[in-house]
Design a protein around this ligand. Structure first.
Ligand SMILES: C[S@@+](CC[C@H](N)C(=O)[O-])C[C@H]1O[C@@H](n2cnc3c(N)ncnc32)[C@H](O)[C@@H]1O
Length: 301
């Protein structure tokens, strides 16, 4: 099967059916959904609207643009990078190849942070490390109206996307962004204390990255994936330094790989600064988050 065949007339319904078959032949995940998202993007309409326009003939220039995206999808470029959009926690985020595409798995981290902040003192401060598109920080404070966030990342292009998302969602006034390596992004001043620290850091073992599906290994930023030889390099650093940045009785919430939660919990225990960590599973039933509360030891660091 070649790319969308030349034909004078392509009603929207026929285009969707043909493309679904084409993606199926090329073993592209969720072929119908991919076809709908790409066509809706090109026609600047919603997926639902495609169904009310089933018999409409698509304009030739739109077909050309769609063919180009279909070709790129066949080469396994993720739909979210082709459309520049991803949905996360019922919010639309702009994405580019500078940021990880927000995952449904990560919504567990957000749910837990929202629940902790809603049950805590008012006007809480959140620190979101490794913010990428900003999806975690922004989804959390969107759902906790009196909370503020500081969000950091080592990648300036990622931070630019996160800032754009904050503005688009109407949260720019409630979040500050800083660039740098983990906590170093916060500067040299005496450490600020946060009520909650969240992070979805890179946690794939370096040597496993090339074995992942091509959508991930070839297109998502290595900086967002690579957690060092055991995958725990960033997780370990975040845990070890967290007591300096957490308020007494503040919470540390980390997303990890499903086979890393126990090790993360042990690293947390080894600091001697936290009550025993709790492990939370995601909606797919995988162990996904590690949550620990800092003890109130009556010391400031
Ligand atoms: C797995 S992505 C998570 C992005 C976003 N929080 C999410 O959940 O979709 C990890 C992010 O960590 C950033 N990162 C990698 N190394 C870092 C470091 N040493 N300090 C700060 N951020 C880092 C990457 O640029 C990337 O944006």
């Amino acid at each position: 099967m070649t790319a969308v065949p030349e034909s004078t007339e392509w009603p929207i319904g026929k285009l969707l059916t043909w493309t679904t078959g084409y993606f199926t032949t090329h073993q592209i995940d969720e072929p119908r959904l991919s076809a709908e998202l790409l066509l809706a993007h090109v026609l600047a309409c919603s997926r639902m609207a495609l169904y009310t326009r089933y018999d409409e003939i698509a304009p030739a220039e739109k077909i050309r643009a769609f063919k180009e995206l279909v070709k790129r999808r066949r080469e396994r470029e993720p739909v979210a990078y082709l459309t520049g959009k991803a949905w996360f926690f019922s919010l639309e985020f702009s994405v580019s190849p500078a940021v990880l595409i927000p995952r449904p798995d990560t919504e567990t981290l957000v749910e837990q942070a929202v629940s902790i902040l809603r049950g805590g003192p008012p006007n809480a401060n959140l620190l979101d490390l490794c913010t990428g598109s900003g999806c975690v920080a922004l989804a959390v404070i969107k759902n906790v109206p009196d909370a503020r966030a500081v969000a950091t990342d080592i990648s300036d292009p990622a931070l630019q996307i996160a800032k754009n998302n904050a503005a688009a969602i109407g949260l720019a006034e409630r979040v500050d962004f800083f660039s740098g390596d983990l906590y170093a992004a916060l500067g040299d001043a005496p450490p600020r204390r946060f009520d909650v620290i969240t992070a979805n850091p890179p946690y794939i073992p370096s040597q496993a990255i090339d074995t992942l599906m091509p959508e991930v290994s070839r297109f998502e930023p290595r900086l967002a994936l690579d957690g060092g030889s055991d995958g725990l390099q960033l997780i370990g650093r975040i845990i070890n330094d967290s007591p300096h940045y957490l308020a007494a009785e503040g919470y540390l919430l980390l997303e990890t790989g499903c086979d890393q939660t126990e090790q993360a919990a042990e690293l947390i225990a080894a600091t001697g600064q936290f009550s025993p960590a709790r492990i939370v599973t995601d909606s797919a039933g995988h162990r996904r988050c590690v949550i620990a509360r800092r003890l109130n030891l009556g010391v400031s660091a």
